[in-house]
Design a protein around this ligand. Structure first.
Ligand SMILES: *[C@@H]1O[C@H](CO)[C@@H](O)[C@H](O)[C@H]1NC(C)=O
Ligand SMILES: *[C@@H]1O[C@H](CO)[C@@H](O)[C@H](O)[C@H]1NC(C)=O
Ligand SMILES: *[C@@H]1O[C@H](CO)[C@@H](O)[C@H](O)[C@H]1NC(C)=O
Ligand SMILES: *[C@@H]1O[C@H](CO)[C@@H](O)[C@H](O)[C@H]1NC(C)=O
Ligand SMILES: *[C@@H]1O[C@H](CO)[C@@H](O)[C@H](O)[C@H]1NC(C)=O
Ligand SMILES: *[C@@H]1O[C@H](CO)[C@@H](O)[C@H](O)[C@H]1NC(C)=O
Length: 319
């Protein structure tokens, strides 16, 4: 909650007995703004990567979207969840925070250790490219988020596309997918998000796995984690996250690949290098062979000549 909102809440409480309408209205505003702020505060402390929990170096601690959508005149927050940083800076189109009103209405949220910026009321000039830079004494990490406006939404818009993973048997894997689905206009409409493993383009339930659905910004953004704690060979292959918005018939399919670590695997470029090396080696061997045989021949010719001369000179002496 910004200080101006806090003031408004305080003013209203004082004049409450007289202006009950104002009180009610502002109470709702205060409560909803508190609720949104609290969820913004929690966002970075939930569903963090397993490996981030017991390490302390500079890192991002969960999947961060690279595109976000917001609705005009509604609350909107952006996150760069990290740890091990000494400072975190935010930029909009390369201009450092704090921003003047004509650049952006977003402000940092210190309660979330500056990992979150938010606007209580999204304005048109808020759209653009935001970036965060996290630093420790020696290193810096950066993430970019493009913020776009979305008012009338036809189809789910991807905000986080799952990333391919290469994992060994026995290890764990986690995929995440997320999309902006907007406000639901129909009362009985629901959004759906589900993970499947694809066999020959047919969806199957993912065995020995866990799916956790999450929402942000009052259900306008839905996401799902697929966690496989103990990878077995049957887990390798293609997965699909399918998102269905209650407002549209069009399904969004985000697909991803889980592959094994191959010790003997060689890439195309490595292969071509290997072929070149073999060809050069072969040529070298051939050259040495040719050289050697030529040498042998001239040597034997020389030997013949020598022996001939020797015989000749011996004969000479003998004469
Ligand atoms: C800063 O972060 C990097 C990368 O995460 C890490 O290797 C390094 O040890 C950290 N430096 C300090 C002083 O913590
Ligand atoms: C968070 O932002 C505030 C205000 O911009 C600043 O004073 C503070 O140093 C920042 N904290 C970190 C950890 O960057
Ligand atoms: C944000 O960056 C992308 C490319 O990274 C560019 O295409 C787009 O126009 C930028 N948007 C704004 C508002 O600057
Ligand atoms: C996630 O949502 C999908 C449909 O939207 C549902 O089928 C699935 O059971 C949900 N998963 C969990 C863990 O709630
Ligand atoms: C997949 O799981 C759901 C419930 O989680 C079940 O309703 C459905 O029948 C299962 N499908 C298959 C093909 O096993
Ligand atoms: C997603 O896949 C389903 C079938 O699995 C298909 O009906 C739908 O058209 C696909 N969506 C898009 C946008 O291609």
């Amino acid at each position: 909650m910004s200080s101006s909102e806090r003031n408004r809440c305080a003013t209203c409480s004082r004049s409450a007995p007289i202006l009950s309408a104002c009180w009610l209205l502002l109470l709702t505003m205060c409560v909803s703004s508190v609720a949104l702020s609290v969820s913004a505060e929690n966002h970075c402390s939930e569903y963090r990567y397993e490996h981030s929990l017991n390490t302390h170096h500079l890192q991002f601690t969960k999947e961060i979207p690279d595109r976000e959508y917001g609705v005009l005149r509604q609350f909107k927050s952006l996150h760069c969840c990290g740890k091990g940083y000494r400072s975190i800076e935010w930029f909009k189109n390369n201009k450092p925070h704090p921003w003047s009103k004509d650049v952006s209405s977003f402000i940092v949220y210190p309660e979330a250790a500056n990992q979150t910026i938010y606007s209580p009321r999204l304005e048109e000039n808020d759209i653009g490219n935001y970036s965060c830079i996290l630093r420790n004494e020696t290193h810096a990490i950066k993430h970019e988020i493009e913020l776009r406006l979305q008012d009338k939404l036809d189809n789910p818009m991807p905000t986080f596309r799952p990333k391919d993973l290469v994992v060994s048997v026995g290890e764990s894997a986690r995929f995440y997918c997320e999309a902006f689905v907007g406000n639901l206009y129909l009362p009985d409409a629901t959004n759906e998000i589900v993970w499947n493993q694809m066999f020959d383009d047919h969806p199957h339930n993912v065995s020995d796995s866990m799916q956790v659905n999450v929402t942000r910004e009052e259900g306008q953004i839905i996401g799902s984690y697929l966690s496989i704690p103990n990878i077995q060979t049957h887990h390798y292959g293609r997965y699909r996250c399918q998102i269905v918005s209650g407002n549209s018939a069009q399904k969004l399919n985000l697909s991803v690949l889980l592959s094994p670590v191959e010790v003997t695997a060689i890439t195309d470029s490595q292969l071509s290098v290997l072929v070149y090396a073999m060809v050069i080696l072969l040529l070298l061997v051939l050259l040495i062979l040719i050289f050697w045989t030529v040498q042998q021949r001239t040597n034997s010719k020389k030997d013949n000549r020598c022996s001939a001369q020797f015989i000749a000179s011996n004969e000479h002496e003998n004469v």
